[in-house]
Design a protein around this ligand. Structure first.
Ligand code: PLP
Length: 396
């Protein structure tokens, strides 16, 4: 299909909820994806922080094929071994005692909010229903997840949302302490905000949230859908803070591109749940969990995480070393990096695409880099060169 035909068909048959460039991608390998004309693009988006092991990974492909021949789906009415083994691995490598599986990040947030409600309903009275979330938060597009997502443009067309949500400035300890009261059910926070502009929580901030939640009997939910699973150089972003949550949401890279989400929780939360409280037809199926177990085992490897830290430091150093016109601030941790710029981030992304580099935005003025975690120095050098050209072209 030529680019005009792609655009014409998309305009005719797709719901117009996304802006896409007029390129038809056909395949990928490692750090690169290819379009229908055979052109190669260096991928610094990774399907929005999903393809941690890159594209067409042979190990992932093998597990998909082998499990597809054995058993793809059975539903949550029955046990299968990959489902159990993945839960066992997640519990063994985290603060959590138990796991609930779902199919996406937004679903993980929905489940976490429901579980928090059930917890307070079981232990407190009906007034304890409030949720605290933060400025620039992003937790997903379904009604519950959207209710704790701050951006007015995402929320307002769909009001009324879940009531009782209070937004507090991110990293403002005093404001958070004041907002979290006896009537708070749960606090939900991304240790490193992704979509909202790549903002890193201060350690004292997360520590203060933990302490205040404990004072008032509220649950603390960390949303690590974007920053978890190795992205920041530790398996979980919370490890760098010395603070553990009561519930943790994960999704994006867990099966390197197959849809999966999960809520990790402490025993005290699991203890209030019973059959029928929540569920999903597809979630935790043997195909996706077999793949996720393979991916998770690789992400957990200390040598893999050390590589992420090394590449993250190298990317940050290179970004600071080169002249990038219009950059106001460079933020992030590991391989979750945001460049706040004076101009329009979408324009930089479009120019970089024309030059063979995939980037994405995190708001109007932030260019986001979330490459596959298998990135090497040579890819970073290549990306920085294209980024520099793109930003220079734009400022000219
Ligand atoms: N939570 C965070 C922190 C996210 O970054 C995202 C997606 O970007 C979500 C939740 C929603 O995930 P999904 O798009 O899989 O529903």
């Amino acid at each position: 299909m030529d680019p005009e035909a792609v655009v014409a068909l998309a305009e005719r048959v797709l719901a117009p909820t996304y802006r896409r460039p007029p390129v038809l991608f056909t395949h990928g390998e490692g750090m690169y994806v290819y379009d229908a004309s055979g052109r190669r693009y260096l991928d610094f988006v990774a399907g929005i922080a999903v393809c941690a092991l890159g594209h067409a990974d042979p190990g992932v492909a093998e597990v998909i094929a082998a499990q597809a021949r054995r058993l793809v789906h059975l539903s949550n009415l029955y046990h299968t071994e990959p489902h159990l083994r993945l839960a066992e691995a997640l519990v063994a490598h985290s603060f959590a005692d138990r796991v609930f599986f779902c199919n996406s990040g937004a679903e993980a947030v929905e489940a976490a909010l429901k579980f928090a409600r059930k917890f307070v309903r079981t232990h407190f009275d009906d007034r304890k229903v409030g949720f605290i979330a933060f400025a620039h938060s992003f937790h997903g597009r379904t009604m519950g997840a959207l209710s704790v997502t701050e951006k007015p443009a995402y929320r307002e067309p769909f009001a009324p949302l879940v009531p009782g949500v209070t937004f507090v400035p991110f990293n403002d300890i005093e404001a958070a302490r004041a907002a979290i009261t006896q009537e708070t059910c749960a606090v939900i926070v991304e240790p490193i905000q992704g979509e909202g502009g790549v903002h890193v929580a201060a350690p004292e901030f997360l520590q203060a949230l933990r302490a205040r939640c404990d004072e008032v009997g509220a649950l603390l939910i960390f949303d690590e859908v974007q920053c978890g699973l190795g992205r920041t150089g530790t398996l979980w972003a919370y490890e760098a803070y010395g603070v553990e949550p009561d519930l943790l949401t994960v999704a994006k890279p867990l099966a390197n591109g197959l849809p999966i989400g999960a809520v990790l929780m402490r025993e005290k939360v699991a203890a209030v749940l019973q059959p029928g409280d929540h569920g999903s037809t597809f979630a935790g199926g043997p195909l996706v969990t077999a793949v996720a177990l393979h991916v998770f085992q690789r992400l957990c490897e200390p040598i893999f995480l050390a590589h992420v830290r090394e590449m993250g430091a190298y990317l940050m150093d290179r970004l600071h070393a080169v002249e990038l016109p219009g950059v106001k601030e460079i933020r992030g941790r590991g391989l979750l990096i945001g460049l706040e710029i004076e101009g329009d981030a979408r324009q930089v992304v479009a120019t970089a695409l024309e030059r063979g580099l995939l980037l994405t935005t995190a708001g109007d003025h932030v260019v986001r880099m979330v490459p596959p975690l298998i990135v090497e120095r040579s890819h970073i050098d290549e990306a920085i060169a294209i980024l520099q050209e793109s930003m220079t072209a734009q400022s000219a």
